[in-house]
Design a protein around this ligand. Sequence first.
Ligand SMILES: [Zn+2]
Length: 320
Amino acid sequence: MKWEDLRRSKNVQDRRGQNNQSGRTSSNPRGRGGGTNRSSGGLLNLLLPLLMSSGGGKWILIIILALGLFGGGFGLFDGVLDQSSNNQVIQTTTNQQTVNTDDLASDEELDFLAAVLGFTEDYWTQTFENYDMVYEPTSLVVYTAGTPTGGCGYGDSAAGPFYCPADQTIYIDMDFYHQLATRYQAPGDFAMAYVLAHEVGHHVQNLTGIMDEYNSARRGASENTANELNVRLELQADYFAGAWANYVQDHGLLEIGDLEEAMQAAYAVGDDTLQEAAYGRVVPDSFTHGTSQQRQNWFYRGFEYGDFEHSDTFSGSIDI
Ligand SMILES: [Zn+2]
């Protein structure tokens, strides 16, 4: 992506290297509220055999609720199902006072995120104006190791990037930036641009009331239905990321290979791909973000149309 000449967003907070572990306990990483069977980090890792057996999910849910681990954030993927991330939870917990300076992202990477965020602001400001709405930008907090949020619990590397509706802020652990290229095998600057644009997509859902409708629909729903709604919400965030990529192309800023980088990232964070890698099997009823194919399809659909009109992931089939 040709980003160097773009303005930088002013809505970026740099918390790299800050070791703010206050309030942190080993069994209480940031919980995310979207799914019914997600995000108790290392704890859930221990309980996962229960979850994977039939009927176990109910007990996991009860345990998670009892521990108050729900935080209400929306991530790029379900960190719970990423075993390597869970190992990291344990690791960072035992080394609470240590900040690994190797994890510090370079200033250029931070600069890139500020440029991407600024360009999402330009796109969504214009798009909202087309519908007589006003876009209020989200904030981005970049951190290393862990950081408190304004209403979504504690953010840490096990969570992956996420958006917290309570404080309308995106949190990105800069270590993920590097993991994307290595562990998730999705290298390239536009892979990371997709990640940030996806989280901005959640902010758009928040501003437009889609997230409220989603929350209402989930109330009283069965676990499977709740998961399905979660998938639909996530696929729409992928669509919005694609719509922004269309705007990037319109401005002549897309470089050869960029689209493929984003598509590879969308593939890498599909539920089936993550589960297969972590456990060697997939449990479709537990999907919360969509398969690799679905995530690619909705991102690409956003890229093709670049509008609001084709973004409805809530009616009809999600297999397009
Ligand atoms: Zn998401």
